[in-house]
Ligand binder design. Structure first.
Ligand SMILES: [Zn+2]
Length: 127
């Protein structure tokens, strides 16, 4: 890949990552569980009031971890999340986060490639 196309790819990926982050924040703010609990708190146990699905699932996950510790078992957040009855918005938050991480990995690869080109150019200059 030419240095120019690497630079274009770097700009594209960092813009994409920023867009995914903004989209994720928007989705997170729309969580229907959080919205519901602020209107009708009685429907949800006090402990979980005002929490998004992800936060509520994380609370379940911590409980499960403590239980598992006693039995020497292990549980991942993914296991808990798969079972969790989340709203569509929080589902999207997790999906967007995965996409953002993948984009970050690709961005890291492009930056590494740019660094390699930079080292080569530096060597050529001193030669
Ligand atoms: Zn939610």
């Amino acid at each position: 890949m030419s240095i120019e196309s690497l630079l274009i790819e770097q700009a594209r990926l960092s813009d994409l990552r920023r867009e995914l982050k903004a989209e994720g924040c928007e989705e997170a703010a729309k969580c229907t569980r959080r919205a519901l609990s602020s209107i009708n708190g009685d429907a949800i146990p006090n402990l979980l009031m005002g929490l998004s699905c992800i936060e509520a699932a994380y609370s379940d996950y911590k409980d499960a971890m403590e239980e598992c510790d006693e039995f020497g078992d292990s549980v991942s957040f993914e296991d808990v999340w798969d079972e969790f009855d989340s709203c569509q918005h929080c589902h999207n938050v997790r999906k967007l986060k995965r996409q953002r991480m993948q984009t970050g990995t690709r961005l890291g690869g492009v930056r590494a490639a740019i660094t390699r080109v930079g080292r080569r150019l530096a060597k050529e200059q001193t030669a």
